[in-house]
Design a protein around this ligand. Structure first.
Ligand SMILES: Nc1ncnc2c1ncn2[C@@H]1O[C@H](COP(=O)(O)OP(=O)(O)O)[C@@H](O)[C@H]1O
Ligand SMILES: [Mg+2]
Length: 234
């Protein structure tokens, strides 16, 4: 735990509202939160509690209606869509419940895609090879997503999320579509990533066993975020 360092992500009284059927729904209610490098953060809570909204605000996919969000000391809650797109491509990795791989691209090309989108000048071949090895899929580089199991597809998604060396990886129910054995493997891989790459991981889950993998636990319901290990953090 590195509480003395400045946080990777800081929320300052962040609120988000949606209009639904003429009534205002509060998806986030004055949320304060700090996440640090290498934190493995789990977010639990009932459906509709605000989990996805929280991730979308961290990842700049959604802008808050009130409050401030900082990523590495930069105020992102007021950035333009263009700036946010750049930021996402360079500094944030996403992992989804349904993997969201491109079906017409090979595994290698899927992992390469974020580098192409961000016009990265980094020599990419070595990095892609290393990451495919890291997730144990070096022999599947030329396969297509449909030829892989769910667990393998999610490992590709993790390699893709890591390829541009993001400060933070956001995962919305990453094991929700896997059996428990593969779910555990994915969580173990994520744990390894957070330790070895010092990447901050934020994982939304319904499963309390999965939440055990984290070192920093939050619960969100009705838009209110509670830290479940208050002794460590705010
Ligand atoms: N685009 C939207 N339009 C209207 N209401 C939304 C929208 N997105 C989320 N909400 C509402 O905001 C609340 C939080 O949703 P969400 O963050 O998706 O919760 P969770 O991921 O925990 O299930 C819910 O009441 C949901 O109905
Ligand atoms: Mg959700």
């Amino acid at each position: 735990m590195t509480d003395s360092s400045s946080p990777v992500i800081k929320f300052n009284k962040v609120s988000k509202y949606y209009m639904a059927g003429g009534t205002r729904v509060t998806a986030l209610k004055a949320v304060d939160m700090e996440l640090h490098a290498g934190d493995f953060v789990t977010v639990m809570g009932p459906s509709g509690g605000g989990k996805t909204t929280l991730l979308n605000c961290i990842g700049g996919l959604d802008a808050p209606d009130a409050g401030e969000i900082f990523l590495n000391d930069r105020l992102i809650s007021k950035m333009s869509d263009r700036e946010l797109t750049q930021l996402r491509r360079k500094e944030i990795g996403f992992v989804f419940q349904f993997f969201n791989l491109m079906p017409t691209l090979t595994i290698w090309e899927n992992v390469e895609l974020p580098l192409l989108l961000s016009h990265s000048s980094r020599t990419s071949d070595e990095r892609i090879r290393t990451l495919l090895e890291y997730v144990g899929l070096q022999n599947r580089a030329r396969s297509f997503p449909a030829e892989l199991s769910g667990g393998e597809m999610q490992r590709v998604a993790i390699a893709r999320a890591l390829v541009h060396q993001p400060a933070i990886i956001l995962a919305d129910e990453p094991t929700g579509n896997l059996d428990s054995e593969n779910g555990v493997k994915i969580l173990e891989l994520m744990k390894k990533v957070s330790v070895e790459f010092q990447t901050t991981l934020v994982v939304v889950t319904h499963n309390p066993q999965i939440a055990d993998y984290g070192n920093c636990h939050f619960e969100i319901r009705d838009g209110e975020l509670k830290n479940k290990n208050r002794e460590d953090r705010i």
